[in-house]
Design a protein around this ligand. Structure first.
Ligand SMILES: Nc1ncnc2c1ncn2[C@@H]1O[C@H](COP(=O)(O)OP(=O)(O)O)[C@@H](O)[C@H]1O
Ligand SMILES: [Mg+2]
Length: 381
């Protein structure tokens, strides 16, 4: 298997544009279907789409998994048992895929999709495990929080790893979502043609307040302003992740700076003009800001000013805690900001933070309008 894995890691990943992915899901690329799958028993368009998407994944996923597995074998990173664990997941998933027959018939497609579901589940706590791993690596390198944050080689490696992970999970998520009936109007797989930042913000506020209350017994209020009516095509789960992370940070800063008695509320502003390239969401707090000397490090994995006991307790936590669990702490893992920026940049947007030390912090999420120029593929997955 290892030999085969190395072979696959030499192949190039195939980029697919989000538009193509969605159009395929809508059955707009079935013209060559019969030529590619002469022996299939798929009859309806829906069945054909399943087979088509499944076969793209069947070819593409082993290549991507092999790349990730070998990246994690590099010498510094592989010193950590948690990273080796994650690496083994990639190898096992690779092996399972290679054992699966090509999903060209309906029966094989069912088998394939079960395998894929298992894989999606297996990797669902990668973030937490990589955080634990980074902690181990830092201990091995005998570096403190600040030096590790400045250690560009590891930081860059982690960034690349997470960036490609977003793509893999999007491909798989898109395929699995297509198999179940759309959960709502405007949904094509994981893309929502009518993503509403306002609705996402409302839900994010609830989640973040819940987490903050669990730690502090109370949480600042959050008001939402601007284009509350706006909808645009995007992957809602990405915006949701970013907003929850920013709100948790703002809430923690507000509580720590002002105490629970007089907490100034946090403001979210949604901005957009029809001609704009981006949709911009701003989160503003009066939590005392960030010292300028910390500004570069806040983008580093494992950089946190929270109590180190939080990270310690996570390191020793049950292996079942999942990445997006509301049981995760308000702060202390030190990867909220770097991961959020990866999500924002994934489709060509960005996350920018401006701080006024002694007053507060403004965070700007820039989101590209994915289909602004329609037809033309805009971003690759
Ligand atoms: N709104 C904010 N106000 C003050 N400090 C902040 C804010 N957002 C982030 N920070 C600083 O950036 C650090 C890193 O943030 P993050 O990556 O989310 O990790 P964590 O929240 O786990 O510490 C925080 O520990 C904090 O020092
Ligand atoms: Mg955070």
């Amino acid at each position: 298997v290892l030999e085969e894995l190395k072979q696959y890691a030499k192949r190039k990943q195939t980029d697919i544009s989000l538009v193509t992915l969605m159009q395929t899901g809508q059955g707009k690329h079935l013209n060559l279907f019969d030529k590619f799958f002469p022996k299939t028993d798929a009859k309806t368009d829906a069945e054909k789409v399943q087979i088509q998407v499944a076969n793209f994944l069947y070819r593409e996923l082993p290549v991507r998994l092999a790349h990730r597995a070998l990246e994690l074998e590099s010498e510094i990173v592989n010193k950590s048992s948690h990273v080796r664990q994650v690496c083994n997941w990639y190898k096992r998933s690779f092996e399972e895929l290679r054992k699966c027959p090509a999903p060209t018939t309906l029966a094989n497609e069912v088998r394939f999709s079960n395998t894929i579901e298992g894989i999606y589940e297996r990797h669902s706590s990668t973030l937490i495990n990589m955080a634990k791993g980074a902690h181990q690596i830092r201990a091995i390198l005998k570096q403190n929080v600040h030096d590790f944050a400045d250690y560009d080689e590891v930081q860059r490696g982690l960034n690349d790893f997470y960036q490609s992970r977003i793509g893999i999970r999007l491909l798989i998520g898109q395929y699995l979502a297509l198999k179940s009936p759309p959960a709502g109007k405007g949904l094509i797989g994981m893309v929502n043609m009518e993503t509403s930042p306002f609705e996402i913000a409302q839900a994010a506020v609830q989640d973040a307040r819940y987490i903050c209350m669990r730690t502090h017994g109370d949480a600042p209020d959050v008001s939402i302003h601007g284009r509350t009516d706006l909808t645009f095509p995007y992957v809602p789960s990405h915006i949701s992740y970013i907003l929850v992370e920013l709100l948790k940070n703002s809430m923690r800063a507000t509580v720590e700076y002002h105490g629970l008695e007089k907490m100034p509320s946090i403001r979210i502003v949604i901005a957009d003009g029809e001609k704009n390239e981006d949709v911009v969401i701003k989160v503003s707090d009066e939590g005392g800001g960030i010292p300028r000397s910390h500004m570069k490090r806040i983008w580093s994995y494992l950089f946190t000013t929270a109590d180190p006991a939080v990270l310690e307790s996570i390191i020793n936590s049950s292996p079942d805690v999942r990445d997006f669990d509301t049981q995760t702490p308000l702060a202390g893992l030190g990867y909220g900001l770097p991961i959020s920026r990866n999500y924002a940049r994934y489709f060509g947007g960005d996350l920018v933070i401006m701080s006024m030390e002694g007053y507060g912090t403004d965070s700007f999420i820039y989101l590209k309008r994915l289909m602004k120029d329609a037809i033309q593929p805009i971003v690759d997955v």
